[in-house]
Design a protein around this ligand. Structure first.
Ligand code: NAD
Ligand code: AKB
Length: 315
């Protein structure tokens, strides 16, 4: 197996690459990103813009790539500020990857999001197959991406797979400009200042997940035999359904003086209000054995421990 990861310097990619390297060996993973970072990966890193078709093809061909984790994307808050960029990267970028996957017989993992749902989607226990009329440009690209992946599978036989990730919480790389970013910032600020000003309202409930579960989901889905999948693209997955107030209560179990206040950013609040409160992930559980390990408190304990080491702040 030779794996290419796009968008590898992002929140998810930076941790997925490490796990892929541990699992499949450093010579079998190539990490790429448009950004010029200083990656600490134990595998090869190449600068790659997924909009540059010929470059993508050159790398796939030269390295006999047969699995692509396509993570290059623009997230919801940034997308809303630049819808043209979001369309280019999230749609044209995906299309380029799918065309190359078709030509070189690669399987492709592409994450969708809770952002693929909209205000008239059932809010609680949102079903796997339901109304999808998102009102953000991010959501529009995510639904279209889900459909495009289905299309490439049905029409050309490309082995496309994907999950609808909820907000992901992690401690290695900061999130890239989404609506759920508060759920990461809150831990950094809890350690640095014992205080956080949240940009969403205190009772805005959204699905969330700790990074180790998110990585496990991607790899597990890509390893399952194809004939066991009915919903191959865009599986609902979740680990917890929580509000800013729930995060604050959980943090207070470890940092009793922690305080939270609210200064609502109307643009991100509007996006959050259009997303579900909780997903029904039974299709993922039934078809490929999806199960999360972390709940809110076990995640909080681990986040605070890891961040306290990273930031060298005791609590
Ligand atoms: P991120 O913003 O942290 O990282 C995206 C990476 O893509 C960045 O490193 C960026 O430099 C790169 N990129 C942007 N344009 C590019 C281009 N033209 N060519 C190559 N690279 C480019 O995003 P993430 O959080 O790691 O998300 C990865 C995927 O997971 C995305 O599809 C996102 O929609 C999805 N997702 C993420 C979350 C989450 O909470 N992090 C939740 C749901 C879905
Ligand atoms: C965002 O907020 O844009 C992402 C997501 C849930 O897709 N974290």
């Amino acid at each position: 197996m030779k794996i290419l990861v796009t968008g590898a310097l992002g929140q998810i990619g930076s941790e997925l690459v490490d796990t892929l390297v541990n699992r499949y060996g450093s010579s079998n993973v190539i990490a790429t990103d448009k950004k010029n970072g200083k990656p600490d990966f134990a595998c090869q890193f190449i600068n790659l813009d997924v909009l540059k078709n010929k470059q993508v093809e050159k790398i796939v061909k030269a390295n006999d790539i047969n699995v692509i984790y396509h993570l290059a994307a623009v997230l919801s808050a940034v997308a809303e500020g630049d819808p043209d960029l979001a369309w280019q990267v999230n749609m044209q970028g995906l299309r380029n990857i799918l065309n190359i996957a078709r030509k070189y017989n690669c399987s492709v993992f592409t994450p969708s999001s809770i952002g693929a749902f909209g205000p008239n989607t059932p809010k609680n226990k949102t079903p796997q197959d339901t109304i999808q009329r998102p009102t953000s440009i991010y959501g529009v690209t995510k639904v279209a991406g889900e459909l495009l992946c289905d299309y490439y599978h049905c029409k050309y036989g490309v082995d496309t797979r994907g999950v609808r990730y909820p907000g992901i919480i992690s401690n290695k790389t900061l999130p890239g400009g989404g609506t759920t970013d508060y759920a990461v910032e809150i831990y950094y600020e809890a350690l640095k200042k014992q205080k956080y000003t949240c940009f969403l309202e205190k009772d805005t409930v959204l699905d969330m997940m700790y990074m180790p579960d998110a990585i496990e989901a991607a790899i597990k889905l890509m390893e399952v035999p194809a004939d066991e999948l009915v919903h191959r693209n865009a599986f609902n997955i979740t680990a917890m359904s929580v509000s800013p107030q729930d995060f604050a209560d959980s943090i207070r179990k470890f940092i009793p003086d922690f305080e939270i206040e609210y200064q609502v950013d109307r643009k991100r609040q509007k996006i959050a209000d259009s997303w579900p409160n909780s997903l029904d992930d039974s299709a993922a559980r039934e078809e490929w054995g999806w199960n999360s390990k972390y709940d809110l408190d076990t995640m909080t304990e681990d986040m605070l421990e890891k961040l306290s080491n990273k930031l060298e702040i005791n609590y």
